[in-house]
Every structure is written in C-alpha cells, then in structure tokens.
Ligand binder design. Sequence first.
Ligand SMILES: NC(=O)c1ccc[n+]([C@@H]2O[C@H](COP(=O)([O-])OP(=O)(O)OC[C@H]3O[C@@H](n4cnc5c(N)ncnc54)[C@H](O)[C@@H]3O)[C@@H](O)[C@H]2O)c1
Length: 344
Amino acid sequence: MRHRAVLCGCGAMAKGWLKALTESDFLRGKVEVVGLVDLDQTTAQALAAEFKLHDIIIGTDLPAVLRQSRADLLFDVVVPAARRAVVAAGLAHGCHVLSEKPMAATLDDARELRRLAVDASRIHAIVQNRRFIDGVRRIRRLIQSGSLGELTALHCDFFLGPHFGGFREQMDNVLLLDMAIHTFDAARFMSGKDPLAVYCHEYNPQGSWYRHGAAANAIFEFSDNVAFTYRGSWCAQGANTSWESAWRITGSKGTLIWDGGERFEANVVSGHEGFLRAVEPITVPEAEDRADTHGHASVIERFICAIDTGTVPETDGSDNIKSLAMVFGAIDSARDGKRVTIAA
Ligand SMILES: NC(=O)c1ccc[n+]([C@@H]2O[C@H](COP(=O)([O-])OP(=O)(O)OC[C@H]3O[C@@H](n4cnc5c(N)ncnc54)[C@H](O)[C@@H]3O)[C@@H](O)[C@H]2O)c1
C-alpha cells in the first residue's frame, strides 16, 4: 500500500525529512507527500518549491489539510511546544503519527499522547535518528554478545559550541531537552537497560549564548546495577567531541572506547596475574542490519514497516517515553538539588 503523508512544520528539520523521503528507494515507493502545513504559509510554499512538490495541498490549518488530502500519515516536525496539539490533531483524523524528538514538551503531555494513540489504535512513534547509526548499532551488538562480560557502566562526554540562533537560544533546559534526549536514548538502547534514578547538576556557564541550561552533568542508575554518566555542554568551544559524544563503556571483562565517529578500541582481560592484568583487543561486530544505520531514513522506514506489518516500531511512544522520562528526571533533579527516581 502507498501511504499519503502530510508534513506539519516546514522549518529547518523538515528538509532532512524530505531528503530522506526522496533519497530512500523504499520510501519513494511507499510514501507520497500530499500536503504541507506551517503556521507561515510562505514557509510551506517555499519548501514545496524546493522539493518540487507540485499538486499538493498547502495550508496553515492542519485538520483541514489532513481532511482535504485524505492523509493516513502525519509527519510532525513542529517545535516541541506545538507537539501535543499537532499529534492530537493527527490521531483524531485517524493518522499514524511520526514525531520529531522530543516526544512532548512535558511528561504529562507524553502520557496523554500515549493514551490518545492507544484509543485511536494508531501508531505514534518518535524520531530518534541518533540510535539509527552504525556506531550505536555496533556497540549494542557488542554489549549483547557478552564479550565485555556483564555490562557495568557507560560514560559519555558531549562538548560542542554550536550557534543555532532560533528557538534553542530562548528555551529552558536547552541541552537536556533538545540534545541530551538523543544521548540518553542511545545509552538506553546500547545498554538494553531501564533507567531507574538520576542526580543531575544543570547550569548555564559564563559566556553562554543560550538563555537557560546549556550544560549538564548527570549520573543515572540503570537496572542491573549499571551506571550511566553524562557530561555535556553546548557552549564549550575549542575541542569538540562528536555529536554522538565520546564514550567509555565498561564490562566485567573489559572496556570499549568509542570516539563517536570511526574509532573503536575494545580490550578484554587476557591474563590472570599481575597488579594490572594483561588485556587483548577484540573486534567490535558489524551492525546487524545496514538498513538501520541511515538516521532519519531508517526511522521512517521502520515506522512504515510497522504500520504495514501490524507490529510496534522500535521508537514507539510506549518505549520512547522512557528516554523522555530520563530528561525530565534530570531536569527535576537539577531543580530540586536531589536524586530523583525515574517513572515513565
Ligand atoms: N532529530 C534531529 O536530529 C533533529 C535536529 C534538529 C531539530 N529536530 C527537531 O525538529 C523539530 C523542529 O525543529 P526545527 O529545527 O525544524 O525548527 P524550526 O523552527 O526551523 O521549524 C519549525 C517550524 O514549525 C512551524 N510550526 C510551529 N508551530 C506550528 C504549528 N502549530 N503548526 C504548524 N507549524 C508550526 C514553524 O513555523 C517553523 O516553520 C524540533 O522538535 C527539533 O527538536 C530534530
């Protein structure tokens, strides 16, 4: 079946979606974009012209465009503050909805969207494109293989200094809500563990060009006695890490270092004697399926496959709300200055 999609929110990220939809053979065959919606009609028109989307419905009124275009899919690429109303409109129309991250602007909104999706018997899934990359897939497989022994901890550093302009420089908790959601989701996915509790110190460093919360340091307790530590800043210039962060992952038998790019270094203990035991390198396995390493295109493909086969996609709201709960747990902890238990 060929799906009819309306994309709502025609800003910067929408171009990434339309690029993925046009460049993936699978998606080109499966999805037709039949409508574009934005608060600003000219923004939507400009996007349609750029991607040569002729004969589609363009408007500012989402329910009207969904109705007129007879869409069965809604692609939600609006700013987080608008997400609840946009997703609710899509579900009310009977669409399956794929939303940009974060799943919602509050945990209560996310729970409400879960309820609406269940009541409508429709899928509401979230774009967590940064788990659909080669390195993260390879690390998950390495951890699952048991080569590092029992997983004990994941540590990551995220230090960049991007000048976005726009909504990010005005929003509260910018690093945790807009970026760390990716990193927390990747940690949860790689480890296969559940987040239980967090202590977080969040602040806005001297010289920050963001209004609030450009840096954070968080310690998470995961299930099975696994620790996850995060040190991040979005106003640290001079020695950038990868957008995927720089990782050190320890198990009972050894350690994996990943620079967030091409460099992996994994060693496990090989000797039984000495103050520091001898180690030997091990190979990090390839990703199980290359189709899962193409970021946005992979997320959208998985979403479509789940609809077509009646299955639940990997980033369905029922699971992804746990990543959002990590973010809001960290925000609550930083606000109250204490350890917070995490409840999705
Ligand atoms: N997954 C990623 O890697 C990634 C990267 C960047 C942004 N994002 C996410 O994508 C979303 C959009 O970010 P962006 O950078 O494109 O922002 P943007 O400000 O460039 O674009 C957002 C667009 O949504 C429109 N909009 C806002 N409210 C609307 C509403 N109620 N109805 C219709 N249109 C509405 C705005 O007019 C604007 O054109 C955010 O949730 C952001 O976190 C994800």
